[in-house]
Design a protein around this ligand. Structure first.
Ligand code: MEV
Length: 299
């Protein structure tokens, strides 16, 4: 059985959401594809290599198989993965692969899992691998759409163009979340104050997002990026990119854990086109569909 799940971008609120503040997240039109076929052994085929159950090379897929077999015991399975989503780039590739594999297993072994059950398993996998995380990434990979988290309030984004540019530096979520936790350990009042500010930014973004109010959203991107820089998750390359995009009229911020990975930019149509011609990147569609079975998978 074949299945796929979407990538995501966090529009506002990464890191603060780990500490129960608000975030706005949307699924985008890049997907990870998984195929599961019954077998008498476990084999995982992906761009990372061919292995058995291997918690080093394929941690998310291996834990997904392990967690699934606690619900429905299996003798063996062949899993094939193919993905449009760049790895370690802040776009939620780990959660997309986890959720796509769980759905493919669900179909192949007739487990009849609901989306809520798939999300719960994917959430466990996130914690198995990373030891820490808000559950935002597995949530949006499962349900798709655009959401205010943790309220699970759906948002309908107006006419907003979003440009995603990869810095090419890798972004390891668990490392960045731990780095922020250490800073918070040393300066709890300061870091919690920053999280409270990010919380307000996320909440204030909902109306302009729905109205497609680019001017307000640009200001909120700027403010959110300043807060992310303050908690140490920006990088020299991100700072330079954000500055150069600002010169072209595009307001940009980290999306996801930071330290590298992608930035997202917002601006009027002309500025976005100009920025794209200079820096490349992709114009993404927000609110993509969540996990689903695929007839014609790329796998
Ligand atoms: C990662 O995409 C977003 C973070 O807030 C971590 C999390 O929410 O689990 C950095």
């Amino acid at each position: 059985m074949k299945a796929s799940a979407p990538a995501k971008i966090i529009l506002f609120g990464e890191h603060a959401v780990v500490y129960k503040r608000h975030a706005v997240v949307t699924a985008i039109n890049l997907r990870c594809y998984a195929e599961a076929k019954k077998s008498d052994e476990i084999r995982i085929y992906s761009p990372l290599g061919v292995t058995g159950l291997d918690f080093k090379v394929h941690p998310y897929v291996s834990y997904a198989i392990k967690r699934f077999s606690e619900v429905k015991p299996i003798d063996g399975v062949k899993i094939r993965i193919e993905s449009d989503i760049p790895i370690a780039s802040g776009l939620g590739s780990s959660s997309a692969v986890t959720v796509a594999v769980l759905k493919a297993l669900d179909g192949e072994f007739d487990a009849g899992l609901s989306k809520d059950e798939i999300f719960e398993l994917a959430r466990k996998v996130e914690l198995d691998v990373q030891g820490i995380g808000s559950g935002t990434d597995p949530f949006v990979a499962t349900f798709g759409g655009t959401w205010l988290i943790p309220d699970r309030k759906p948002i309908k984004i107006g006419n907003v163009k979003l440009l995603v540019i990869n810095t090419g530096e890798s972004s390891i979520t668990a490392d960045m979340v731990r780095k922020v936790a250490e800073l918070r350990g040393r300066y709890p009042k300061i870091v919690d104050g920053i999280f409270d500010t990010i919380d307000v930014i996320a909440l204030e973004s909902v109306e302009p997002l729905e109205k497609g109010d680019i001017k307000t959203l640009s200001e909120l991107f700027f403010l959110n990026q300043c807060m992310l820089k303050a908690i140490g998750v920006s990088s020299k390359r991100i700072d330079e990119l954000v500055d150069r995009l600002a010169e072209l009229g595009v307001s940009a911020k980290i999306t996801g854990a930071g330290g590298g990975g992608c930035v997202i930019g917002i601006g009027d149509d002309k500025s976005i086109e100009r920025a794209k011609s200079v820096f490349g990147g992709i114009l993404v569609e927000a609110g993509a569909e969540g996990v689903r079975f695929e007839n014609e998978s790329k796998v």
